[in-house]
Structures are given as C-alpha cells and as structure tokens.
Design a protein around this ligand. Structure first.
Ligand code: NAD
Length: 293
C-alpha cells in the first residue's frame, strides 16, 4: 500500500510555522502581512477557492484585502485596481483569481502585478527567475508538490521524473523545479506519442493533465512516487484526480490523495509567498528557507 502524501497534514504544520512567524513580528512591524485576492466575475469554483484562501489567511494572522469586480468590468478598470493594490503599503501579495470572464485577457493583467507582490509566482519576471534559479515568489502548486515530496523524504536528485502537462500554471514550473532539484525530467503533453513508455520509466510521476482518472497502474512503475495534481468534480458527487487512486496505490510507493494532497499545499504556498514577501520588505528572518524552492 502506497505511502499517503498527506497535503492536509503538511499544510496544517506549515500554517503553524507561518502563524508563529507572523505573531513574532507583527507588532514590531506595526501591521500583519496582507494578501489581496482579486476576483472578477462569478465563476462558482473561484468563489469557493477565494473563500478558502481568505479562511487560511485568517488562521495564520494574514489580513485579506479581497476585491470582487463584476464580470463586465472593463480591462482598464481591472488594471487600475491592480495598480492600486501595487501601491497599497498594507498589501504584500496580490493574486488574480483565474479563470477570468470571457473578454478579459489575463496576460497584461498578470504582467501588471508588482513582481515582488506576485503571490502566485506567475509574472514573467518570476517565471524567468525560476528558470535561472534566482530567488523570487514561486508558482504555488508546483512549489507545494516539492514541499510534499521533501517532507516525505522523497529526494528527486538522480531520479527520473515525468511531468504530464505543460501549462504555465503547473507543468512547466513543475518540470523546472524538479530539474533544479537534480531530477532528470521528461515533460509529456497531449501530443506525446506513447505516453506509457515514458510514465513507466518514472521514479517520480507528477500528473497535471486535467483528465479525470486517466492514469492507472498500467502507467506506473512499481515503487514510483505519484503526485496527482488534477482535481475534478464527479458527476455522481465527490472529487477525483487525474489518477485512478484505488488502482495505483497498490503498486506505487507513494501517492497523493485527492482531495487532501496537492490542493491544500497550493493554498499554503500562497501564504508562504505572502509571509516571505512581508519578511523581505521588513528585513525579517523567517526561518522558512526549507519551503522555498
Ligand atoms: P491545463 O488544461 O492548462 O493543462 C493541461 C496539460 O495537460 C496540457 O499541457 C496538455 O498538453 C496536457 N494533457 C492534456 N491531456 C493529456 C493527455 N491525454 N496526455 C498527456 N498530456 C495531456 O491544466 P492545468 O491548469 O495545468 O491544470 C491541470 C489539472 O490540475 C487540472 O485538473 C486542474 O484543475 C488541476 N489543478 C489543481 C490545482 C490544485 O491546487 N490541486 C492547482 C492547479 C491546477
């Protein structure tokens, strides 16, 4: 039976550490760290994600400065809101909740976020910093995967890692992080021929294809560590990932559950980026280096 890569438990532990950092320094700084989550429109899944992020902020003493704009807001007005948040001294992290409503192009809006306040690590400058191994806020989901692997004693160095998916949000930064941790990385995608031949070689398999339960035991090398990034609502109710967990857990050495695996760690890494940005601005020691990829 595979080791459970328990993101919920790790998220709780990391939140405890973040809360302690905030508590220790907030009075000397004169304000808590601040995270602004900017939501445009009424995507129901986004509403749940934003509420979860705000609850997580409250648990560790981070102030939330959410803004919710109507779906029909003109791009110039969204841009103006971002510029106001950039200038707001109470705000250390800004997150533009995706997806945006039709008609709003995310590219110029993500570009407008001050790179030092880029809580999601998706600004071009920060993706470039990741590529070059320079410090900066990192994309939350892949950084959360790295933290999950590390806390379970899975060191990518010298291993063969396969990442399924090449999105800017997950697959590409994931591949860069695994490579920076000295894995030999293959990126598979929708045009990959003979996916099985690649995945069956993987010591570490990260699945971020967005295809419900596409990966079964036939794709997995016995003893591999499998991280399931996918998250889907099942028609009959409940959630599933991109991996058929019941099938894979009998042969994998480690497997992340859905829910309770990568999802909670994504939110936690958003908090890490915000607290670290606050510490940097105020020249504070944070002791969180082990969480920074
Ligand atoms: P995306 O649709 O932008 O990218 C999917 C990638 O998978 C693409 O690069 C595509 O080429 C590849 N792909 C699709 N079908 C494939 C196939 N049959 N074989 C091989 N590759 C295939 O999605 P994304 O934003 O990267 O997200 C991926 C999944 O992760 C989604 O289910 C999303 O909901 C989930 N997600 C979860 C979290 C979390 O916190 N748990 C965060 C972000 C994304």
């Amino acid at each position: 039976m595979a080791l459970r890569l328990d993101g919920k438990a790790l998220a709780k532990e990391v939140e405890g550490r973040l809360g302690a950092v905030v508590l220790a320094a907030a009075s000397s700084v004169g304000r808590p760290p601040g995270l602004a989550v900017l939501r445009v429109g009424d995507d129901p899944a986004s509403a749940v994600y934003v509420a979860n992020k705000e609850k997580a902020c409250a648990r560790i003493g981070v102030a939330s400065y959410g803004a919710h704009l109507p779906a029909k807001t003109p791009p110039a007005e969204v841009l103006k809101t971002i510029q106001e948040l950039n200038a707001d001294p109470r705000v250390d992290g800004i997150l533009l909740q995706l997806p945006l409503p039709d008609g709003l192009d995310e590219t110029p809006l993500l570009q407008a976020i001050d790179p030092e306040k880029d809580a999601d690590g998706l600004h071009t400058l920060n993706l470039g910093r990741l590529l070059k191994g320079e410090p900066g806020p990192r994309s939350c989901t892949p950084a959360g995967v790295m933290a999950l692997l590390k806390s379970n004693g899975i060191d990518p160095a010298g291993k063969r890692a396969v990442v399924i998916g090449r999105s800017i949000l997950v697959g590409q930064p994931m591949a860069l992080m695994l490579q920076a941790a000295n894995a030999t990385v293959t990126v598979a995608h929708s045009r990959t021929a003979d996916l099985l031949a690649h995945t069956r070689n993987a010591d570490i398999l990260v699945v971020a294809a967005g295809r419900p339960e596409m990966i079964g035991s036939e794709h997995v090398q016995p003893g591999a560590a499998v991280v399931d990034v996918g998250i889907h609502r099942k028609p009959e109710g409940g959630l599933c990932g991109d991996v058929r967990s019941a099938d894979v857990e009998s042969i994998a050495a480690a497997l992340s559950p859905v829910p309770g695996g990568v999802g909670p760690m994504t939110v936690t890494m958003l908090l890490v980026n915000t607290v670290v940005a606050w510490c940097r601005r105020h020249d504070l020691e944070h002791g969180l280096d082990d969480l920074i990829v």
